[in-house]
Design a protein around this ligand. Structure first.
Ligand code: URA
Length: 428
């Protein structure tokens, strides 16, 4: 780093609504990562960005500086084109599980570096860890070999990808500066671009169970991330998909694996199949494989074969019975009519309270816990009919989960208006 600055001058520039220079951005991110810029100085800068925003050029440079703070993977020498998917997270969002083997079965390489869950949305690794024997941690040579042999790998992030973001995200969490689009977009994209994929499809969720509740905010986030990917030379598109109600009929680790396997077997709930296929088509088009129809690979078993090989390559037994919770509790309809609301956040919090998620990073999750829906928004129900089953190993949690779930369920006399699964497609 050649040029040095005083942190207070960088803060003042952004506080007064100015534009940070490339050199200022490079310096402040590097100096913060090394501990030379203090936490309180970075807090002030993050708040100034929160209040005054950043231009597209500033956010691109900020993202590049965060990528440069760590290592960057490179999959360009693989025999297949690589394409990755990132979801901003939602309730019952198990799409990565069927999607990665599906896209691999259609000819692409899918390096899917994933995380564990925190709060009401589940983590992909937590879900897969409910499969007996499956391990999340792989070394880089193992990842490469699996991409060559199977075409898909879902594993824990390796090495030090964007360490500046790790530090900054923890700081934003405690300084009220998470909800700023330039900071969210650069945080997500720095990690994704550092993973070294040649193309990226973003699934930006919108609705009560999503990070962004309003469609306009979700579209703005999608646009910001697509711009960042494009500026970094990664072919990037985004779909804004619905998260006002859970995706599919399950929320909880082993329950979601079971439902994903149903999709891979050619069945599964219509909304989950639709999101999986629309993302698969977007990913395949991004790497020039659009002549392949992923629906065929689901129907003829190729996607299931890829799933079995992907799980086995990481020590998992695809034929082993999945864990189930020791206790269940049914939720019954209290009136005849139509289910007009199954609120995503209510279901997510209930699943979390049943033990499917964690409140602190070090907590363990229950593999079998969660919520299984027997009816979804729009379905006709009769009084006394089962709407949902709650699953947990710790039955004292039922009352706590019901407190979250019941206000999110409503039965009315007329069917609710249909909500599209995909709201918007965003391209560069
Ligand atoms: N997820 C991230 O990785 N970063 C954010 O800032 C928000 C969500």
């Amino acid at each position: 780093m050649t040029q040095r600055f005083a942190a207070v001058d960088v803060i003042r520039t952004k506080r007064d609504g100015g534009r940070l220079s490339d050199a200022q951005i490079d310096w402040v991110i590097d100096a913060y990562t090394r501990g030379e810029v203090a936490e309180e100085q970075m807090s002030a800068l993050a708040m100034a960005v929160f209040l005054n925003g950043m231009t597209r050029g500033e956010v691109s440079r900020w993202t590049a500086a965060m990528i440069a703070s760590g290592s960057r993977l490179d999959f360009t020498d693989l025999p297949r084109p690589s394409v990755d998917k990132h979801s901003t997270g939602g309730v019952g969002d198990k799409v990565t599980l069927p999607l990665a083997p599906l896209v691999a079965a259609c000819g692409a390489a899918v390096p899917q570096l994933s995380g564990r869950g925190l709060g009401h949305t589940g983590g992909t690794l937590d879900k897969l860890e409910s499969i007996p024997g499956w391990r999340a941690s792989l070394e880089l040579p193992e990842i490469r070999q699996q991409l060559i042999d199977v075409g898909a790998v879902i594993c824990a992030a390796t090495g030090d990808l964007a360490p500046a973001d790790k530090k900054l995200y923890a700081l934003r969490d405690v300084t009220g500066t998470v909800e700023a689009i330039p900071l969210i977009a650069s945080s997500i994209m720095s990690k994704k671009i550092a993973e070294g994929t040649s193309a990226l499809v973003l699934d930006v969720k919108t609705g009560s169970g999503a990070f962004m509740k309003e469609l306009a905010q979700s579209v703005a986030l999608a646009e910001a991330m697509v711009a960042l990917g494009t500026d970094a030379g990664v072919r990037t598109t985004a779909l804004v998909t619905d998260m006002s109600t859970p995706l599919g009929r399950t929320a909880g680790n082993a329950l979601e694996v079971r439902e994903s396997v149903e999709v891979l077997a050619g069945g599964g709930p219509a909304d989950l199949v639709e999101v999986t296929l629309v993302l698969a088509r977007e990913m395949l088009a991004a790497v020039g494989l659009d002549a392949v129809d992923p629906a065929d690979a689901l129907a003829d078993g190729r996607a299931m074969d890829a799933w079995r090989r992907m799980i086995a390559a990481q020590g998992g037994d695809p034929d082993a019975p999945l864990p189930t919770a020791a206790h269940t509790h049914d939720v019954l309809a209290t009136a005849d009519g139509y289910l007009t609301e199954v609120d995503a956040m209510a279901v997510g919090v209930a699943a979390w309270r049943l033990g499917a998620g964690r409140a602190r990073r070090e907590e363990a999750v229950q593999a079998g816990a969660g919520v299984e829906l027997h009816a979804v928004r729009g379905d006709a129900v009769r009084v006394g009919e089962r709407i949902a089953t709650l699953h947990t190993d710790t039955p004292e949690r039922f009352a706590w989960a019901l407190e979250a779930l019941e206000p999110g369920l409503a039965v009315g006399q007329a069917p609710p208006a249909a909500v599209p699964v995909v709201h918007r497609r965003v391209t560069a």
